[in-house]
Design a protein around this ligand. Structure first.
Ligand code: SF4
Length: 392
């Protein structure tokens, strides 16, 4: 798709009303009774590890964000704000200038983030508590992460305030896994807090440089940004998620754009990322009657673009896959059977201490496991931040 000029509808602002992308004539998020639902991130959790799904979605255990998660959130916030500017002002310098104000805004929402750069905490990535050693090259899960010095500040399974400041851990883990290495902030151990924060903000600016290497925002007028979209499948299953950006050409072609802040993908990782975009494509197709022309992944770290063009038949099959996945989730809930599924991603799991694969014992299953559900009660993204929603 080459056309990039579009007619933008009114922009939903962070914290504002949900996108009109919810199926017309069908129940929306607010008025729909509880029932099965899936988002890309929760689907990813269940496919990655059913026990991880349980910990996040049913037990709603808190998790600590990693530096990569927070940086990803920051970069997405900056890119979202960038398109608030008149087209001619969307320069690399303007984007860089947005980094510090957006960081301060994130910290104002979640003050605990500021503690992530305490000087005594060691390298920024590991202090977050979500990462330890990278997985072994043969896929053997690494040992439990070292506990970080700070308290958890996020609950990815919930809808609490803290969640607003971070991206989905599974997504970050998948990106890091795809790189075959951890993406840590390059700040020397023992560096002063200000230096560590400066390194972190500098790394965010570096990613924005990668964005400008692959796209010119002055030639774009996104139709929608950071938009919650949802639809029903068979009047039974609610599927929903946030898209980073939707471009609409004058001819009505849709292009779904997702920013990735990790490294260059391997083939397997591309499959996971495309799962996420197919999810969005299905929702858009069902709500707007148009199969998106292009699903685009923008890998900012290496300034790479991956385009994919789905077909209706493919999305139909994908729809059946989601139904089957939802049925598996419901069975697991009914039987209270969420088995651990160890993989390379265990290295980034916050819950190894409670996982039988690592000698732990899960907490008692909640007596009212449906309280606060549907099981996938969390839209993929809340308010400002971004989450990549991948499936292993
Ligand atoms: S440590 Fe691995 S197997 Fe255990 S819950 Fe986490 S992802 Fe699942």
């Amino acid at each position: 798709m080459t056309a990039q000029t579009v007619f933008p509808p009114p922009q939903p602002r962070p914290g504002g009303p949900a996108s009109p992308a919810t199926s017309a004539g069908r129940p929306g998020l607010a008025d729909r009774p509880s029932g099965p639902s899936l988002s890309p991130s929760r689907a990813a959790d269940f496919k990655t590890c059913p026990l991880l799904f349980r910990f996040r979605t049913i037990d709603k255990l808190p998790e600590q964000p990693s530096a990569d998660q927070v940086r990803g959130t920051l970069v997405h916030a900056v890119l979202e704000r960038l398109f608030d500017l008149p087209a001619a002002e969307r320069t690399p310098e303007a984007a860089a200038a947005l980094v510090t104000p957006e960081w301060e805004r994130l910290v104002s929402h979640e003050p605990a983030l500021a503690a992530l750069f305490a000087a005594e905490s060691g390298p920024i990535g590991p202090i977050m508590g979500t990462v330890s050693a990278p997985p072994a090259s043969d896929g053997t899960p690494p040992g439990p992460p070292s506990p970080g010095p700070s308290e958890p500040v996020a609950d990815p399974a919930g809808v609490g305030h803290a969640t607003e400041a971070v991206r989905d851990p599974a997504a970050v883990a998948a990106e890091a896994d795809a790189m075959g290495q951890l993406a840590l902030i390059d700040a020397p151990a023992g560096a002063a807090e200000a230096a560590r924060l400066a390194a972190f903000l500098g790394s965010a600016r570096d990613l924005l440089g990668g964005y400008f290497a692959v796209e010119d925002p002055q030639r774009l007028e996104p139709a929608e940004r950071e938009t919650l979209i949802s639809t029903m499948i068979d009047d039974e299953l609610l599927i929903r998620g946030y898209i980073d950006r939707l471009d609409v050409s004058p001819a009505g072609d849709l292009r779904v754009v997702d920013y990735k802040t990790g490294g260059a993908p391997r083939e397997a990782f591309e499959g996971r990322a495309l799962f996420q975009l197919k999810f969005y494509a299905l929702v858009l197709w069902r709500t707007r009657g148009v199969v998106p022309r292009v699903l685009r992944l923008l890998y900012l770290k290496d300034a790479e673009v991956l385009d994919y063009s789905p077909e209706a038949a493919e999305l139909e099959r994908f729809e059946r896959t989601l139904v089957a996945l939802s049925q598996a989730v419901e069975r697991a809930k009914r039987d209270r059977e969420f088995r651990p599924k160890p993989s390379r991603l265990c290295g980034w799991c916050n819950h190894q201490a409670l996982c039988p694969e690592f000698g732990g014992t899960p907490p008692p299953f909640p007596e009212s496991p449906t309280a606060g559900l549907p099981a996938d009660s969390e839209p993929d993204r809340l308010a400002t931040p971004h989450q990549d929603n991948l499936v292993a």
